[in-house]
Ligand binder design. Sequence first.
Ligand SMILES: [Zn+2]
Length: 239
Amino acid sequence: MEHDHHLIACHECDTLFRKPRLSGRATARCPRCGATLYRGVSGRLDSITALTVAALITFLIAQGFPIVELETNGITSQTSLFGALVALWDENMQIVAVIVFCATTLFPLTELVALLYILIPVRRGHVPPGFNRVLRAIQFVRPWGMIEVFMLGVLVTIVKMVSLARVMPEAALFAFGALTLMLAVVVTFDPRTLWDVVDDLRARPAPRRKQKAHPGQPGRAAVANRPASAPAPVTPRQG
Ligand SMILES: [Zn+2]
């Protein structure tokens, strides 16, 4: 499927534009209807990477430390969220256990690890292998990894465990609270904007490769607001 990276259609009025490359936090708007086409993200990449790293560390604390105290046959034992889910499974609440595992562990972990896998190389200026697939995976798990679902998952576990266990208001519980806030910020980052960043990286010649001039390639500023009714000819992409 041939895809032209130089063009973008306004989602409000369908006007086609040549795509200007944005620096920093600039925003590209449709001059016809004023809709926001897309925003520059390079300024946000650093902060979202830092937050994702922090969220991953908090995730490990939340999952690693005990969250409930189980008492079976007079023996008390402390267990993490995963242990609590195993206990739920053993109590014939398999469906709840599986759903809560997906909402509190599988989906958030997938999103955080996949984001880091993409963000760290992209910040350094190269595209990680399998970029397209990983980005699609993030977009796939995102609706399932919603904050509400995540919070509900933790709450359901706690409510279900109350009959079996005592909830410990310690490190893990606070880490889950902090993680909820962090994930709320992480999901405000639209991973689709990374397509543009990666398009830039792919378009940029590699440092050691001979720099070839692209005579047919239009300048950046000149094409910013050109409507598609008279689109400039697009240089065929090499490779
Ligand atoms: Zn428009």
